[in-house]
Ligand binder design. Structure first.
Ligand SMILES: [Zn+2]
Length: 324
């Protein structure tokens, strides 16, 4: 039988990433379209269906080549009904029947999943966690997302709120306010936004000097990347900020390891591009707080799939559902 493809879709607030993926979790073709949030998000599934058809025509392939669509979406999902609950930045004000809508347009099996969970599944299938059945993935981006996989399955919890690693409280008192309504969440420190906030608290102080302070003086702002680049160049303030981020990450990840003792904890997202300078420091703090049996058996690693993790993990949903 000719090779069949799975469609992986990663729905973001501004861009929708798509890919045709084979049964080994390898991307054969990938592309992206803008996410059209107008008309209360009613165009989103139509546009996805249309761009898949157009890509097939372009590649001179039949629709029968495709066996299903796996899709990652932001926000809470009712997994029994395939309904996405209240994702305002996509225009979906009320509960949107994402699975049913995409299925009726494409006549293909559709499985949907939270996007952070898709990234974890992608890294498990064909990334840093390849072969691991117990894995935790933390996505350090604009916010902090998490996915917990136990024995090959996503841990969802009674209300779908499992794996919300970004909202683990890391500063119990006096922490910065988080988008979720709490204060002191990991996300307020270890996200790109959090790192910039930490930096911009320190930089206006008179004693601030060094590379990061020069960038701030020139631009009136800094990015998370500026902080890591400066730390790599030995900038003292940047190193201090990095230590603070790594302390909270190490602390939270150690407690996760103490709870689920995964084979691997994978750090992904834009902030993880800081690379070894971040990973090494997180490992030191992790070792300090992890219970010895967890410390000795849970490995920390950087994600390897980058922005492709979401579409690959989404495709895995179909492979898993259809038992392929
Ligand atoms: Zn929070």
């Amino acid at each position: 039988m000719a090779e069949q493809w799975i469609v992986g879709v990663d729905l973001g607030g501004t861009t929708t990433k798509l890919a045709f993926i084979n049964m080994n979790g390898e991307i054969l073709h990938k592309w992206e379209i803008p996410t059209d949030n107008s008309n209360e998000g009613q165009n989103i599934t139509t546009n996805i269906s249309n761009t898949i058809d157009q890509k097939l025509v372009e590649l001179k392939e039949q629709k029968s080549k495709l066996i299903g669509i796996g899709m990652g979406a932001p926000g809470p999902i009712n997994y029994e009904t395939g309904v996405v609950l209240n994702v305002v930045n996509l225009g979906w004000k009320d509960n949107f029947p994402l699975q049913e809508s995409l299925h009726s347009l494409t006549e293909l099996p559709v499985v949907i999943e939270n996007d952070a969970n898709c990234a974890a599944l992608g890294e498990m299938w064909n990334g840093a966690g390849k072969g691991a059945r117990d894995l935790v993935c933390v996505t350090l981006g604009t916010g902090v997302g998490g996915g917990v996989i136990a024995n090959g399955n996503i841990v969802r919890g009674i209300n779908g709120a499992a794996g919300e690693i970004g909202h683990i409280t890391s500063i119990p008192f006096g922490g910065a306010p988080c988008n979720c309504g709490k204060s002191g969440c990991l996300e307020t420190i270890a996200s790109a936004t959090g790192i910039v906030r930490l930096a911009e608290n320190e930089l206006p102080k008179a004693e601030a000097k060094g590379q990061l302070a020069v960038i701030f003086a020139e631009n009136g702002k800094v990015t998370a990347k500026d902080v890591f680049d400066s730390a790599r160049n030995g900038d003292e303030l940047a190193k201090k900020l990095l230590d603070e981020v790594a302390f909270h990450l190490g602390f939270v990840l150690a407690n996760i390891a103490n709870t689920v003792n995964p084979e691997m904890i994978v750090l992904g997202g834009g902030v993880s591009r800081a690379g070894d300078i971040l990973l090494d420091s997180v490992k030191v703090n992790f070792s300090m707080f992890a219970f010895s049996a967890a410390r000795d058996s849970t490995n920390l690693a950087l994600a390897t799939l980058g922005n492709d993790a979401g579409v690959i993990g989404a495709a895995w949903l179909i492979k898993n559902k259809l038992n392929l």
